[in-house]
Design a protein around this ligand. Structure first.
Ligand SMILES: Cc1cc2nc3c(=O)[nH]c(=O)nc-3n(C[C@H](O)[C@H](O)[C@H](O)COP(=O)(O)OP(=O)(O)OC[C@H]3O[C@@H](n4cnc5c(N)ncnc54)[C@H](O)[C@@H]3O)c2cc1C
Length: 387
């Protein structure tokens, strides 16, 4: 977020003095690191939570259209940035990978067909394919077909023009552009405090994590692009918009496979549906990843739990974010969001074998030893004061 905004500002206001403070030793080591997210440039080609079924059995595609439009805007910016040498070699961070949606059962077939009928004629969703034919499944995603009964009803929608994005590599290129155009980027510098001066400007207190030294910096504008670290900083800023807002951390874990023989049998990002009550962040998917030129597969996400708001955060992150104003909304979640609570408890109880069992819905022939657990990024679910 900060690298993108910095690049846009450099372009629009080249004379502005911009400084970036990052608490870690390099850029994009938290959520934007390649293995800490699934690298799907969310374009709603395959994510079914953006096109839910309505009460009358129809499919609502309005969210899918708005998400897709936003991704096209990102692509326009990236194209512009490549043409104008803001960004370097795009193959380091964006690759074509087909996007697919897979559902099992007759009910799933009806839903996916209805979704296909709604999206297929839309200009933002060109070249959409759809099949319930097992031979097509074998051709498109052989790893998912192997060991599966040809009698079992399923449906698969697919787009050839999906992408795999390495947001970490993209961030590093944007930061390079920022530094070569005069932006100061300070690593191992943690913003500890943020308060408003009497003239409306901001005062930041920044600690050098290497030496322990603290200093203050005054700025006209501050962009808090701190990911999981944002809630604390916004609370310190005292802005009225943050009153009553809380955060609840949900960790992410993947199963990863780097065995070239298996990796070669799957060339797609395949999304299915979240189980009942589970949040959209839990939608299971099997993804081809291309990271530093090497292909791998990931499956998940599975939920983990720690009170940290950042992967490399502190165990005090959750308790120190609790205020009088957000205590009630946070307590309410435990009472009203039983689906989320049940999802978390079930997820936390899973061992490696149970995770590979879940994977077998996608890859029936999966063996425990072929997949390893990796810890993905940490997410902070925003809890709003009013519902
Ligand atoms: C399991 C998982 C799967 C995901 N899959 C996808 C996906 O497929 N597609 C997609 O588009 N998105 C996905 N996401 C979401 C995506 O990864 C994040 O939305 C995105 O990376 C957030 O970028 P950011 O710049 O806001 O935060 P980050 O990349 O986390 O950057 C925040 C930075 O701020 C720094 N920081 C924090 N506090 C301070 C402080 N006080 N002082 C100085 N520096 C500080 C951190 O060290 C970090 O470097 C996924 C996330 C997870 C966890």
């Amino acid at each position: 977020m900060s690298a993108t905004l910095g690049a846009l500002l450099r372009r629009l206001q080249p004379d502005w003095d911009i400084q970036v403070f990052e608490r870690l030793e390099g850029p994009a080591l938290e959520s934007s690191d390649a293995w800490n997210n699934a690298g799907t440039g969310h374009s709603a080609l395959c994510e079914l939570n953006y096109s839910p079924r309505t009460a009358d059995g129809d499919v609502d595609i309005s969210k899918a259209v708005s998400v897709n439009e936003k991704f096209q805007v990102s692509r326009q910016f990236w194209s512009y940035a490549v043409e104008n040498t803001i960004l370097g070699d795009p193959t380091e961070w964006i690759r074509p990978v087909p996007h697919m949606s897979f559902v099992a059962g007759r009910d799933g077939q009806d839903y996916l067909r209805a979704r296909y009928d709604k999206l297929a004629g839309h200009p933002l969703f060109p070249g959409m394919g759809h099949t319930t034919d097992f031979a097509e499944l074998e051709r498109l995603v052989p790893l998912m077909a192997r060991g599966r009964s040809a009698e079992q009803p399923f449906a698969l929608s697919h787009f050839e023009n999906g992408t795999d994005v390495n947001f970490g590599a993209l961030t590093r290129q944007l930061i390079k552009y920022l530094t070569r155009t005069g932006t100061e980027v300070h690593y191992q510098n943690q913003v500890k405090d943020l308060e408003r001066n009497s003239d409306g400007t901001w005062r930041l207190t920044v600690a050098n994590r290497h030496t322990g030294d603290e200093r203050t910096i005054d700025a006209k504008f501050v962009f808090v692009g701190a990911g999981g670290g944002a809630l604390h900083l916004l609370q310190k800023s005292g802005i009225p918009e943050i009153k009553g807002i809380g955060g609840f951390p949900v960790g992410g874990q993947w199963l990863r496979c780097t065995n070239p023989e298996l990796v070669e049998q799957h060339q797609a990002k395949v999304y299915s549906q979240a189980s009942v009550g589970a949040p959209p962040m839990s939608v299971p998917h099997l993804d081809t990843r291309v990271i530093d030129g090497k292909k791998g597969l990931l499956f998940g996400p599975f939920a983990g739990w720690t009170p940290k708001f950042l992967k490399m955060g502190s165990f005090l992150d959750l308790p120190s974010s609790i205020r009088l104003g957000n205590l009630l909304p946070m307590a309410n979640i435990g009472l009203t969001e039983m689906g989320l609570v049940k999802y978390l408890v079930t997820e936390l109880a899973k061992n490696h074998g149970a995770r590979v069992d879940t994977l077998r819905d996608f890859v029936p022939s999966a063996q425990d030893g072929e997949w390893e657990k990796v810890i993905a990024g940490q997410r902070v679910q925003v809890i709003k004061p009013n519902g």
